[in-house]
Design a protein around this ligand. Structure first.
Ligand code: ADP
Length: 226
């Protein structure tokens, strides 16, 4: 099936985000604090207990780190710096950022076709949007696989296709994409797609998603080009 999501109303929810992030960070911090106390208070703890408390604390710290970096992407206080971005260059840069993650997961990322598009936008934000989409595709390929990328230009509109042959999504999951904290993965923040929607919206672009459970997902970004 095919679902188009234009100028999502979900973005209204961003107003509530600061308070929610505060809450999301407080819980893992409380856990980290508790673990450090346990480690200090009982010097006779067996090594495996120490190791497990240490692991829990590290995982919670990583979670805080992910939430803060996802949040900062769209909450940066300074205004966008708009430049003309050559699509080939931005794609290569985004791919090189996720390359270590892809290699670790045995995922191959290939650019299949590239038209010469130049897209006006904030460089670091556009890269962030592409990185978030690529990371989701890698997450959708737990046993390895491939991600194919195309960029084609038609009538001053540049369409960027990111296709994976991963686990895919049900229509229910697709409809919740972009909702803050909606995640299906144990270590996800559920902020990734919200950030993508926000950034693409700010570039006057559109996002459409084709996905099928067990087959894979195609994310298409349509952006004004010049
Ligand atoms: P997170 O990645 O932190 O979970 P996102 O907002 O980026 O948050 O994604 C929300 C959910 O959407 C993911 O947990 C996943 O279930 C689903 N999803 C997003 N992209 C894909 C994809 N390419 N393939 C399968 N599922 C996806």
């Amino acid at each position: 099936f095919r679902m188009k999501i234009y100028h999502s109303a979900k973005l209204d929810l961003i107003g509530h985000l600061a308070a929610a992030v505060n809450h999301e960070i407080k819980n893992p911090l409380t856990t980290v604090r508790g673990m450090i106390h346990l480690l200090k208070d009982d010097p006779s703890l067996p090594n495996e207990k120490k190791e497990s408390f240490f692991q829990i604390a590290m995982e919670e710290i990583d979670k805080i780190d992910r939430i803060v970096s996802d949040y900062l992407t769209f909450a940066r206080p300074y205004p966008n710096k708009i430049e003309m971005l050559p699509i080939g260059q931005v794609l290569s840069e985004s791919i090189s950022i996720v390359k270590p993650l892809a290699d670790q997961a045995s995922v191959k990322i290939e650019i299949k076709e590239i038209s010469h598009c130049t897209i006006p936008g904030d460089h670091s934000k556009f890269v962030q949007a592409l990185v978030n989409i690529l990371k989701n595709s890698i997450d959708a390929l737990p046993n390895g696989g491939s991600i194919e990328i195309k960029a084609v230009i038609m009538n001053n509109l540049c369409s960027i296709h990111i296709l994976d042959n991963g686990v895919g999504m049900s229509s229910e999951i697709i409809s919740r994409l972009g909702e803050p904290y909606f995640t299906m993965t144990s270590n996800g923040t559920g902020l990734g797609m919200m950030v993508v929607f926000k950034i693409i919206e700010s570039m006057k672009g559109k996002i459409s998603i084709n996905s099928e459970l067990g087959t894979g997902t195609e994310v298409i970004l349509s952006l004004p080009s010049s």
